[in-house]
Design a protein around this ligand. Structure first.
Ligand code: FES
Length: 415
């Protein structure tokens, strides 16, 4: 992937407009009228403005929620407009870092964008996760008309920077479908020669995000095919009765199989695999399985792009990192914030910094957004991701705090 500018942990926290609290659950928000000055169309149609449109600036303009809709029992799409009605300019596959104030503390989280660029609406699709503080708070509390701030839009996993062929295989699992859907919609709208195969994996029919939207795209684009791979497909026929009852005769209908992703499944579905570029997003374990299959199939990994946004609470990689913790103590020094603290050797640097009040931003907590970049000026850490860092950064001692554990006494600076 080519490099993109990553957010800096030294950015000034944006002003967060107060968010109205309510007690509604997922998909049960009580709509409230928009301010008379704010009027947005929820249509999907992209209109070409006659004048050069203003582009949304996260640093100056808050997002206003204009729609919220349930996708599955535990995932929800939030559609925002810019308060000044500017266009959202980003690369398909990128994420936006939101600043969400909960009980007087601002939390930063990165969420992949599921809409296409150059529209006046920005859609984020968010899944509830156990102990997922911000995701769950948004699902429970964010109401129509509420506004919140964002830091930036960024991300190297995108179909603009990642050089790809016209034949693509998009693979996702669970909420990993979010950036991949943005890529699919954009390529279909602008690349008539694109040949797009989409393989989405889910536990069962109730966990398929964007089912109806994929069905709509199938009816619109003959160069788009979707295959659902469900661990349990009981009841799938009734689930998609409107579009799938004639599956054998209607090649434009959603197809599905039961099972897990395996080399046999991939080879059977995609005999031309080596002619395609793969974009992959999903949980860490799933992505590793697909990567292994590609490597075993002699796939040219220069055409393989992936990103995981497994939330921290679910992140097995981070669990493994943390499992290296011992009861030996080391010292954490952060001179700029007068921190001198004893922490357990093997602790995650991000957790240690947050625990001791250092205002580091951990937006993705998965080693992909770069927001937690900081500099180890003394001592050493063990890092599992340097994805957003340049070679020069690494030589100078910069690390990603969310992907680094403390080996010995360390001194850290945020810039
Ligand atoms: S929080 Fe995103 S890279 Fe560390």
């Amino acid at each position: 992937m080519s490099s993109t500018k990553t957010p800096s942990s030294t950015l000034s926290p944006p002003v967060l407009k107060s968010l109205k609290l309510n007690s509604s659950g997922l998909g049960q928000a009580t709509p409230k009228p928009l301010s008379p000055k704010l009027s947005f169309s929820l249509g999907e149609t992209i209109t070409k403005p006659s004048l050069k449109p203003a582009v949304w600036s996260p640093s100056t303009t808050p997002l206003v929620l204009v729609k919220r809709e349930s996708e599955t029992h535990d995932s929800m799409s939030f559609t925002f407009a810019a308060a000044d009605q500017a266009l959202f300019d980003f690369k398909p596959g990128q994420f936006v870092t939101l600043a969400v104030k909960i009980e007087n503390k601002t939390h930063y989280r990165a969420y992949s964008i599921s809409s296409a660029p150059q529209q006046k609406l920005l859609r984020l699709t968010i899944k509830r996760v156990p102990d997922g503080l911000v995701s769950n708070w948004l699902a429970d509390n964010l109401s129509i008309g509420d506004s919140l701030s964002a830091l930036n839009i960024a991300g190297q996993f995108n179909s603009s920077d990642c050089k790809h062929k016209s034949k693509l295989l998009l693979i996702s699992a669970g909420c990993g479908i979010t950036p991949v859907m943005s890529i699919a919609k954009t390529l279909l709208a602008h690349n008539s020669d694109a040949d797009i195969e989409f393989l989405h994996c889910a536990r069962d029919k109730d966990n398929v995000i964007f089912h109806d939207e994929m069905q709509t795209l199938l009816t619109q684009y003959s160069n788009f095919k979707v295959q659902l791979l469900l661990e349990n497909s009981d009841g799938f026929a009734s689930f998609s009765a409107n579009d799938n009852t004639n599956e054998k005769t209607n090649s434009r209908a959603l197809s599905h199989q039961t099972g897990m992703v395996t080399a046999d499944v991939i080879q059977q579905l995609y005999p031309d695999l080596n002619q395609r570029t793969i974009f992959l997003c999903g949980p860490v374990g799933f992505m590793k399985a697909v990567e292994n299959i590609a490597q075993e199939s002699d796939f040219d990994m220069a055409n393989f792009f992936q990103e995981s946004f497994t939330p921290a609470a679910d992140n097995k990689q981070q669990d493994q990192i943390s499992s290296g913790a011992t009861e030996t103590s080391v010292m954490l020094h952060v001179p700029d914030f007068a921190v001198e603290a004893e922490v357990i050797q093997g602790s995650l640097l991000l957790n240690a910094l947050e625990k001791h009040g250092v205002p580091v931003i951990g937006a993705c907590r998965a080693g992909v957004c770069g927001s937690c970049k900081c500099k180890v000026t003394k001592g050493s850490v063990t890092s599992t991701s340097t994805e957003t860092l340049t070679e020069e950064d690494v030589e100078q001692g910069f690390v990603l705090a969310c992907s680094s554990t403390l080996k010995d006494d360390v001194t850290v600076a945020l810039s």
